[in-house]
Design a protein around this ligand. Structure first.
Ligand code: N2P
Length: 346
């Protein structure tokens, strides 16, 4: 073999060897984020992608039950999820969550201790709080002239076709349970039966059961009374001052949504980095100023819009005393699910 051939062979094998490596380097790491609908601003994902040279696949869900069903169906693609309080507890019991390595989430020091160490995850082993909110009624004060102060208004035939209820088993049956004098966390079949009758009777008045985008119907005037999560209504109210949000006098639910990493996540390291990135006070404040749910981040609080901070001031100690967390009902959950399916399919 002459010298030239030898060089060509050497160069050729080197080229062939490095080819797969180059291909590998060109392929970006991917993070799969599964979050609630309308729960982030436009800047954060592109910023994270740039800072970490990764690609984020971002998908949304509209109920805890949808999220659970996806994970239980064996979806392995999710790296970061945002379950609410009771769903964190359910997922821990089912072994679906990865313990968090807090040494990789230094920004968790900025969290408000008031939101930490909750009964659904003592010691925050599997979750860290992201957002806090309540459930109430968003309404068009230019169309409804009577005071809106009770859940009963959602059952008033006068508003047929103008009412939207949450597409959420725990929340919507919870409203009826409040009115029949039962607990929103009841395991009592008689109470549940009464609640079911009430929701079935209401059904012809209901324009839609919706978990996302209900505020659009309020804005367009197609709906006048919307059972929904606080931030979604507050965002609509910022666009149209005739829209108001009220927590009915019978009381309601509050929720805490949390960062968590499924055990099946493919990229746990990056998932921790993502959580840490979102917990930076400026990023956290920017997200919450956009979505209008309250931040759980103490360092972000001074950076929140005064109007968003003012929504917290409406939660007097008396009102807070009337708010409950939805709780895990264990195996009794199936009665609720069965009733909800009956309601939806009738
Ligand atoms: C609304 C997100 C609501 C979260 N877009 C309720 N847990």
């Amino acid at each position: 073999m002459n010298m030239l051939k030898r060089y060509a062979l050497l160069f050729g094998s080197f080229f062939l060897l490095t080819l797969p490596m180059a291909g590998y380097a060109a392929e970006k790491r991917v993070l799969n984020v599964y979050n609630w609908d309308d729960y982030i601003d436009e800047q954060t994902i592109p910023e994270f992608e740039k800072a970490f040279n990764v690609k984020v696949n971002y998908d949304v869900y509209d109920s805890n039950e949808t999220l659970l069903a996806k994970l239980q169906a064996g979806a392995t693609g999710f790296d970061v999820i945002f379950p609410s309080d009771y769903m964190v507890e359910i997922m821990i019991k089912l072994g679906l969550l990865e313990p968090l390595d807090k040494s990789k989430i230094s920004n968790c020091a900025t969290l408000d201790p008031a939101f930490l160490n909750q009964p659904f995850d003592p010691g925050n082993q599997y979750s860290l709080p992201f957002a806090f909110g309540t459930v109430g009624i968003g309404y068009r004060s230019d169309k409804i002239t009577k005071p809106v102060d009770s859940w009963k208004v959602l059952f008033d035939p006068q508003y047929e076709g103008r009412i939207v209820m949450l597409d959420d088993v725990r929340e919507t049956l919870g409203v009826a349970l409040k009115l029949v004098g039962g607990s929103i966390n009841t395991k009592n079949p008689d109470e549940l039966e009464k609640a079911k009758e009430m929701i079935l009777k209401q059904k012809p008045l209901v324009k839609a059961y919706l978990a996302g985008q209900a505020e659009q119907l309020l804005l367009s005037g197609d709906a006048w009374l919307v059972h929904n999560w606080s931030g979604d209504i507050y965002r609509a109210a910022a666009e149209n001052p005739a829209i108001a949000y009220v927590i009915p006098e019978e009381g309601s639910t509050k929720f805490l949504d949390n960062f968590a990493i499924p055990v099946s996540a493919q990229n746990k390291e990056l998932a921790h980095q993502f959580i840490n990135f979102l917990l930076q006070p400026e990023v956290d404040a920017r997200i919450h100023n956009k979505v209008y749910f309250l931040s759980t981040n103490k360092a972000a609080f001074p950076l929140l819009d005064p109007a968003l901070r003012a929504t917290l001031e409406t939660l007097s100690p008396e009102l807070l005393g009337k708010l409950e967390f939805v709780q895990d009902l264990g195996k009794e959950t199936r009665f609720w699910d069965k009733i909800w399916t009956e309601i939806k399919t009738q």
